[in-house]
Design a protein around this ligand. Structure first.
Ligand code: G4P
Length: 527
């Protein structure tokens, strides 16, 4: 198949949601439709159960699952679909943000009873920033839910995006009857014994005034549906695919993932309207997927679960050209040529060695500790893809070696965990002590546990009071030197030797910004 055909048939996306809205369940049903799995329950939830912050086995279990489900590929209606998994726990939100740099669109799942929740809002902010096309799936309609028009208004208002329903529910909770597909003009009826299969009974109803409608859903609901559909057609413009592709308009579907209801409608529409791989910006130019030469970037690194094999998997998103096994590629950061004898692709939960991969695909590369998030591979051009965010850490602790004999192991462990993007390391200018900054408190436990189990090193945490870390830069060398001298006790360097100001309080930060006008303060760095 020609490169262009391979590109056109690819859909790479992520399902994102506030925890518990039904992301795992929906993902599983999509895989079921794609024939990638055959029974429900095959995809394990990768969320850390509530109250599990000190349950280390749970952390390990979660990591195991997140390797297995990092990418799930399947074929549907001639399309090659790649679903990228994102962690459920908000302490790992930055991992989710980075994954969003590797997708071409997203499906946001919302609980119909709860509506838009905190995490939904944050994730949507990232999508909006990147202009990622978004489809909304409102889930759990088999439970008493908010009114559909209220939900549509809420999504529009809270997520700051125009909406257009492409399916409309007929009642909800115990009287949930089904979903009318506005896109295809047919009706899917809800029978709740469809949990484990991919079949839903679909009735073609092209004319909502036809008497059959009442036979299927009863007179009262038939009348309600007619009114609702009339209102939808009256209030909302025709679905505008270009606006969707620009990230300005979100088509909305309703259903019940656990009952496998409304999922087919979603998937069929998704393969038709969702974008194939999009051009990717770099520091020097925009890379088009159909360019002949291969390029791609690492958006995720995962350590091997087996402590006897300290190797890692780097996840490479292909942005252009054809990736080939055993072919030399330039690792742009080091300037070295590298080739991979066993690159892997992911189909559902199976990994297999592949010979070729195309734009939109995710390839697992064996890494012995050389790669970092954001690394680029090309056929020679020194490209650097942009927009792969680092996060501004919000929690800080000193890390101390708890076993003097294991100093080397500790240093290596910290180094590799930082490359994986688990946290960030700063070295204090005042006393040379090492400070770890994370987004969530859970990462401190994860780091301690992993240092012990994977690197045979032990660490101790000590409190430090820091409000925020920000990277500083200035063209005014004198002012920068003055700032660093005055703020000596609050200065540090990051892993790459860049200057970082560790502000004690928001007031101290505001004051510093006020008094040092020539200094630029950055709250996120790029790797
Ligand atoms: P998440 O990945 O977004 O965190 O959510 P997940 O799919 O794990 O779903 C969270 C809970 O919501 C699960 O129940 C799941 O069964 C349930 N659920 C998902 N879709 C629907 C739906 O359409 N209707 C209803 N009524 N429930 C739904 P749980 O009790 O936490 O787990 P489990 O014991 O059922 O696995």
């Amino acid at each position: 198949m020609a490169l262009q055909d391979e590109i056109t048939r690819r859909r790479t996306f992520a399902v994102i949601a506030h925890p518990d809205a039904g992301k795992t369940t929906l993902t599983e049903k999509l895989l079921l439709f794609g024939g990638a799995i055959h029974v429900a329950g095959a995809v394990k939830s990768n969320k850390i159960k509530k109250g599990a912050t000190s349950d280390f086995m749970e952390i390990e279990r979660q990591r195991g699952i997140s390797v297995a489900t990092a990418v799930m590929g399947f074929e549907y209606a001639g399309c090659k679909i790649n679903i990228l998994d994102t962690p459920g726990h908000e302490d790992f939100a930055e991992d989710t943000y980075r994954t969003l740099t590797a997708v071409d669109s997203v499906i946001i799942v919302i609980d119909g009873a709860k509506g838009v929740e905190a995490q939904t809002r944050k994730l949507m902010d990232v999508c909006r920033m990147r202009k990622t096309p978004v489809i909304v799936f409102i889930n759990k309609l088999d439970r008493p839910s908010k009114e559909p028009f209220d939900l549509l208004d809420e999504v529009e208002r809270e997520l700051h995006i125009r909406v257009r329903p492409l399916a409309f529910p007929i009642s909800n909770g115990p009287t949930f009857k089904g979903v009318y597909n506005l896109y295809e003009k047919n009706l899917s009826l809800f029978t709740s014994d469809e949990k484990l299969t991919a079949d839903a009974s679909t009735v073609e109803i092209s004319d909502l005034d036809a008497p059959e409608l009442a036979q299927h859903i009863g007179g009262q609901f038939a009348e309600q549906l007619r009114q609702d559909v009339e209102l939808v057609e009256g209030v909302y413009d025709e679905f505008d695919r270009d606006a969707y592709l620009q990230g300005e308009l979100a088509p909305v579907f309703f259903g019940s993932a656990v009952n496998n209801f409304g999922v087919r409608e979603l998937l069929e529409c998704f393969v038709r309207i969702a974008p194939s791989p999009r051009p990717a910006p770099t520091e020097t130019r925009t890379v088009e997927p159909q360019e002949g030469k291969m390029s791609g970037f690492v958006f995720k690194i995962h350590a091997n679960m087996d402590p006897n094999h300290r190797d890692r998997i780097a996840f490479l998103k292909i942005c252009s050209g054809t990736f080939e096994r055993n072919r030399n590629y330039l690792h742009v950061r080091s300037g070295k040529q590298m080739k991979f004898s066993s690159p892997t692709a992911f189909m559902a939960e199976k990994k297999s060695v592949i010979d070729f991969a195309y734009p939109g695909d995710i390839v697992g590369l064996h890494d012995t500790g050389n790669f970092k998030i954001g690394d680029t591979f090309t056929e020679g051009e020194a490209l650097k893809f942009t927009g792969i965010p680092s996060f501004a850490p919000e929690q800080f602790r000193y890390i101390e070696n708890a076993d003097p004999l294991k100093f080397k192991q500790l240093a290596k462990g910290i180094d590799q965990l930082m490359d994986e993007g688990v946290a960030q390391l700063f070295t204090s200018a005042l006393n040379g002590r090492k400070i770890i900054g994370t987004v969530g408190a859970l990462q401190f436990e994860v780091i301690q546990y992993r240092l012990e189990h994977e690197y045979n090193a032990s660490c101790r945490w000590e409190p430090i009071s820091i409000h925020k870390a920000c990277w500083i830069e200035s063209d005014n060398a004198a002012q920068l030197a003055d700032f660093k001298k005055r703020k000596h006790t609050n200065m540090a360097v990051d892993k790459h030797g860049r200057d970082v100001f560790l502000a004690d309080t928001s007031y101290a930060l505001a004051l510093a910004q006020e008094n040092f006008k020539d200094i630029r303060f950055y709250f996120a760095s790029e790797f």
